[in-house]
Write a protein that binds this ligand. Structure first.
Ligand SMILES: *Cc1c(COP(=O)(O)O)cnc(C)c1O
Length: 417
């Protein structure tokens, strides 16, 4: 009885909990699952088995997936290497290029708001004698192309700048970066995880040499990804980081995850067919969410460039409210806060800090990641819920009260105890 009552109070089209954290992972599209299923059961062959139809069927499915992925990004199928996900793709790209081009130079350029899979890989390379420049970002989250120009020297072998950021959704000037890298003869790698399938990415037009992709941010399965590696103008070489049977043209040994690869291929095909309509729908829902929040609440800020942003991303600070309390108040809505839990303490997000946000503002931030299966009714529900909780928490906040009374908080000398 009680569940019936609860559902009756919900607006039409809303069931709880609501998932709005699609930058962390996305639910699988049922069409992707359907394409994968036979490769778990009747078509279970090893794609490397050359002596029978089980192997041929698996190999055929893998080659179809390679074509689907290549088609989405303007590559050729031979330029696609399968991996276990984007963490592995980023490691393979950066370590593989660093090793292969060691004679040419030891300098790598990246930026401070990259995913940890890029930053920690670069940090490890520093231990092995590589020099890494971490470019800052402007308050809008974008790098300054002049900074990049100045950072490139005669020892620079690689530039690794992500296409779109996983926290603030900000899209970097990838085509400009690619053009500059090609003029300077430097290899350009991009972590394309959040961008591929969401916004148009063309490795030719954008002069991308190497790009990391993962299936589970694209309505595909977890644990499978790809690395695009350019084969001409210029031909990029990558030293393998996993040795064995010589799969994937020697760049990544290991029996292929055929069902996962089929899923990644299908996810790319769907994204390619539906991208324009889906992007427009997400953007309209996202814009309405922002508008509703801003109409009802004061002291809210959007983090990162609004113009250069993924259609499904909204990252907002609700100043004078603590993000974790906010999340607890909306426990039937899955979103992320601007805090990262490291060894039992809450650290403010390093991405938000890089934009110049103070710790308190970073902690008050929420990332809304809208995806294919969200509805306008859900956005309306989430907006109302957030508005209610923020107003409630601010009623309890002495800081908010002082600000409303016109007290300048920055001029207050707090007693230290
Ligand atoms: C999720 C994510 C990764 C890691 O991908 P996995 O496939 O989960 O290893 C890397 N980069 C970005 C930008 C991401 O959002």
């Amino acid at each position: 009885m009680s569940t019936v009552e609860i559902t009756q109070n919900l607006p039409l089209g809303v069931t709880l909990p609501i998932y709005m954290d699609n930058h962390a992972t996305s639910p699988m599209d049922p069409r992707v699952l359907e394409a994968m299923l036979p490769y778990f059961t009747t078509k279970f062959g090893n794609a490397a088995s050359r002596n029978h139809s089980f192997g041929w069927d698996a190999e055929q499915a893998v080659e179809t997936a390679r074509e689907q992925i290549a088609s989405l990004i303007g590559a050729t199928p031979k330029e696609i290497i399968f991996t276990s996900g984007a963490t592995e793709s980023n490691n393979l790209a950066i370590k593989g290029i660093a090793e292969m081009y060691r004679e040419r130079g030891n300098h790598i350029i990246t930026q401070v708001t990259e995913h940890k899979a890029v930053l920690d890989t670069c940090k490890r390379l520093e231990k092995y004698g590589y020099r890494v420049t971490y470019l800052p970002v402007k308050a809008d989250g974008l790098i300054d192309i002049e900074d990049l120009k100045r950072a490139i020297d005669d020892k620079t072998i690689l530039v690794s700048i992500m296409a779109a950021n996983n926290e603030i959704g900000v899209i970097q000037p990838i085509a400009e970066i690619g053009k500059l890298c090609h003029e300077k003869g430097v290899i350009f790698h991009t972590d394309g995880v959040q961008a591929v399938g969401k916004i148009p990415i063309d490795v030719q037009a954008m002069n991308i040499d190497v790009m990391s992709i993962t299936a589970h941010k694209l309505y595909g399965p977890k644990g499978v990804g790809a690395l695009y590696v350019r084969r001409r103008n210029p031909r990029v070489q990558i030293a393998a980081q996993i040795d064995g049977g010589g799969h994937e043209r020697g760049m990544r040994s290991g029996t292929l995850n055929v069902p996962g690869i089929v899923g990644l291929g299908q996810a790319c095909a769907i994204a390619q067919a539906e991208m324009p309509a889906e992007a427009a729908r997400l953007q309209s829902m996202r814009d309405s969410l922002r508008a509703k929040l801003e109409a009802a609440l004061d002291y809210v800020e959007v983090n990162g460039s609004w113009e250069h942003r993924l259609p499904g991303n909204l990252n907002m600070s609700f100043v004078y409210v603590e993000g974790e309390s906010l999340l607890m108040g909306i426990n039937d809505v899955a979103v992320s806060s601007g805090s990262a839990c490291t060894s039992a303490t809450l650290e403010p997000s390093y991405v938000l800090k890089a934009l110049g946000l103070g710790d308190d503002v970073a902690h008050s931030s929420i990332r809304f990641g809208l995806g294919r299966f969200n509805t306008q009714a859900e956005c309306d529900y989430v907006a109302d819920k957030i508005i209610g909780i923020v107003k409630h928490l601010r009623e309890l906040s002495p800081l908010y009260e002082m600000v409303k009374e016109g007290i300048d908080l920055s001029k207050i000398e707090w007693a230290a105890h």
